[in-house]
Design a protein around this ligand. Structure first.
Ligand code: SF4
Length: 262
């Protein structure tokens, strides 16, 4: 399959932009282009400190351990042509612990709906490379990269997932034309380096947003984020999700924090 297909890329951009324009936005926590979240696999072992899905699993889904599991019944759901589905948001389908058979079952299902887009999102995009020959053309391959700073990631023990720089390399080397990046929840970053990462990855859309769950993460100031947004908007389509002042800016005088941790 030819993977660098600009027609396919434009078609997806049109579909996504149409959803952005014509759909009333209800909730900044959701990706605004998504029609439905489909979770044949739930659970995750990355252990991100800000994980909302783990809390949801404990409170609503009765999966208190957040142990990964496949629900084959979900692979019988049907979708209308033109839908854009977030495939597995209650976990990470691409974690190293996920058996190949589960992923193959999900890809087989995705293949049955060629007129529906399926958006995948992972913190382990290296695993996409294992399946590159099996992805159908309606697969959109995404990665969360909250920052370019591995040091910050380690210092605050943000997650056990591969470091941001590892995700960047995996996405940059991924030979696929429909890629997206989620910078959410955004963490402090180095502007020039982070922008270069996005240029190298060449995503069709970048989503940017602050943490929605009051986790007091090491966030950039609003001014820093606005600079990043401005630069990214010259590169690709940028969807702004929850854009606000950093939590500490709301508490204290902004000038006090300008000399804060870099
Ligand atoms: S990768 Fe997603 S589902 Fe897994 S722990 Fe992190 S936030 Fe939760």
């Amino acid at each position: 399959m030819k993977r660098n297909n600009s027609t396919r890329r434009m078609k997806f951009i049109n579909a996504a932009v149409n959803k952005l324009i014509f759909r009333p936005r209800k909730d900044d926590r959701m990706f605004p282009i998504i029609d439905y979240c489909h979770n044949p696999v739930e659970g995750c072992l990355h252990g991100c400190i800000y994980c909302w899905a783990r809390k949801k699993a404990k409170n609503k889904l009765k999966n208190t351990s957040f142990r990964p599991q496949l629900n084959r019944k979900k692979l019988k759901e049907r979708f209308k042509p033109g839908y854009l589905i977030f495939e597995v948001d209650n976990g990470d389908l691409w974690g190293d612990w996920v058996p190949r058979e589960w992923i193959s079952a999900v890809l087989g299902y995705v293949r049955k709906y060629p007129k529906v887009y399926f958006l995948f999102l992972t913190k382990n995009p290296a695993r996409y490379h294992e399946f590159l020959d099996y992805f159908p053309e309606n697969a959109v391959l995404g990665a969360t990269i909250e920052t370019n700073r591995d040091d910050l990631y380690k210092k605050y023990r943000i997650s056990r997932a591969p470091l941001p720089s590892e995700r960047y390399r995996a996405m940059k080397e991924l030979d696929w034309d429909l890629k997206i990046i989620s910078i959410e929840p955004i963490l402090k970053f180095e502007l020039e380096r982070f922008v270069k990462w996005i240029v190298d990855i060449d995503p069709v859309i970048v989503f940017v947003g602050y943490d929605n769950y009051n986790n007091r993460l090491p966030e950039p100031s609003l001014a820093e984020t606005l600079k990043l947004l401005d630069r990214l908007e010259h590169i690709t389509i940028v969807v702004r999700k929850s854009i606000r002042r950093a939590w500490y800016e709301s508490l204290l005088n902004f000038d006090f924090y300008r000399g804060g941790e870099r």
